[in-house]
Design a protein around this ligand. Structure first.
Ligand SMILES: [Mn+2]
Length: 471
């Protein structure tokens, strides 16, 4: 990562920090519109703590990126300062047109591709404007943190929330974090907020009995183990592990033994490097003094993600703000979400022959079998777990409210070979009268119900070929 881009990002963060500071007073009424996922929740939490500290009243709403009509509706609301988090850069022309002006200020803190026109009442920070990659170098939580930590040193220890945002948006790679994210982990260690360990990255390792933790494992999905309590009990028993113990308390040797047993039981031909890294790797553990649970940040991010997925991002948000009852509720939501995803992945495992393979991608039509909101994540998990081969991008199409909802996922390897799903889905969807867009590795589209085959053909034309040979 050339340092000059990071320097430029920091320079702009300075500008945005003074924009924020100079436009706030205790009379300013602030509206925050953030994303419903772990990144959006942690990002909003960082800003909320700053506003709270300055006694500025604010209102937070959680939403997918606003559509044109929703921006128009929002502009009618009686606020002085609108903040768009984890969205906004792609909606900047609507925001310009409808929200800016007449004494109102706008701040956009985003990491999705978009446009970056200037306006005296607009503060806008986005890694893409500095030639950084918003899919790998920094999350929205990192963008917000970069602004807030400049305003007062006392906010620096919140850097762990920037790591949570990056984990939530899958910005941790088998080699670790890159770009600005890498600096966040280093700072969290320097500030003695975080220690980095190594072990089984299974969600629930610090919270649930080992049998429960294995039964609910969706990242990775463990064929034969996930969703099968008997198999989990047997495995644990065969290793002499107390079934009620937690993985985090097993000790190094037993934990490594469990890892080896899980590798041995997995289909060896399907085990990719990625699968190994998802099962076993760095753990980011908050120091006890921080008093935040779960203390392991993969787990923390998964908890916030689950809150968002189940329509209760506010519960996750309240947990990040230190509300204990909400933290308990958020953990319950995590288990409920894992349980649902187990069923979805089991369905996929039983319907692998429904995948069509085009020269450029793999595609499955799930109809109404899977909640359209879960399709994208299910595909990610299926690829990471080795259920679906990762030799080309994977697309899932579900029916929802009289239209088709398309979710697509690619790997970094595909991107290195020229894939940009956001761009391809945007073009393919537009060619059949739909809308689409997103990141290079993850994107979505909505298209008319009758245009499935046309869309598949258009997408096949738009995507580059990442695999040699015919199939
Ligand atoms: Mn994000």
């Amino acid at each position: 990562m050339p340092r000059v881009e990071i320097k430029e990002f920091q320079r702009r963060a300075d500008e945005v920090a003074s924009f924020l500071k100079s436009n706030l007073s205790p009379d300013t009424r602030v509206k925050i519109v953030t994303h419903t996922d772990a990144d959006g929740i942690s990002a909003a939490s960082i800003l909320a703590r700053y506003l709270h500290d300055r006694d500025v009243p604010f209102h937070v709403v959680f939403s997918r990126p606003l559509r044109h009509d929703e921006v128009v509706e929002l502009s009618k609301e009686d606020y002085d300062f609108f903040v768009f988090i984890d969205q906004g850069s792609a909606q900047v022309s609507e925001i310009h047109k409808h929200v800016l002006g007449e004494g109102r200020n706008v701040l956009i803190l985003d990491h999705h591709p978009g446009e970056f026109p200037e306006h005296s009442k607009l503060g806008h920070l986005n890694p893409h404007a500095c030639n950084l990659n918003g899919a790998s170098d920094i999350s929205a939580a990192g963008v917000v943190y970069s602004v807030v930590e400049r305003l007062d040193k006392k906010f620096r220890p919140m850097v762990w929330l920037a790591v949570v945002g990056a984990l939530g948006d899958r910005q941790e790679f088998s080699s670790g974090f890159v770009g600005i994210n890498e600096g966040f982990v280093k700072r969290a260690m320097d500030l003695n907020v975080l220690r980095v360990g190594k072990g089984l990255k299974l969600i629930g390792r610090t919270q649930s009995p080992v049998v429960e933790c294995l039964r609910l494992s969706i990242r990775p999905y463990l064929p034969g183990i996930t969703g099968n309590v008997e198999a989990c009990r047997e495995l644990v028993k065969s290793l002499g592990i107390p079934p009620e113990g937690k993985i985090a308390e097993l000790g190094v040797e037993r934990e490594a033994g469990l890892r080896d047993a899980l590798f041995a039981r997995s289909n060896a031909t399907l085990i990719s490097e990625e699968f190994r890294h998802i099962l076993w790797g760095p753990l980011y553990v908050l120091r006890e003094e921080i008093e935040v649970f779960p203390a392991e940040l993969h787990e923390y991010a998964a908890m916030l993600e689950a809150c968002g997925e189940l329509g209760s991002p506010n519960v996750g948000f309240a947990a990040t703000m230190g509300d204990e009852a909400s933290a308990t509720d958020a953990l319950a939501l995590l288990k409920r979400y894992q349980g649902r995803m187990v069923e979805v992945l089991k369905w996929l495992e039983g319907n692998l022959d429904a995948f069509e393979t085009t020269p450029k991608f793999r595609c499955i039509y799930v109809g109404r079998e899977i909640d359209p909101k879960m399709v994208g994540e299910a595909i990610s998990l299926a690829v990471e777990s080795g259920l679906v081969k990762a030799d080309r991008p994977v697309v899932g199409i579900a029916e929802s409210n009289g239209e088709l909802k398309v979710s697509a996922r690619a790997t970094r390897v595909h991107v290195a070979r020229g894939v940009n799903l956001g761009e391809s889905l945007r073009r393919a969807a537009a060619s059949v009268g739909g809308v689409g867009g997103g990141h290079d590795v993850a994107a979505a589209a909505r298209i008319p119900l009758t245009k499935r085959n046309e869309f598949i053909a258009a997408l096949d034309e738009t995507l580059p070929r990442v695999k040699e040979g015919r199939k």
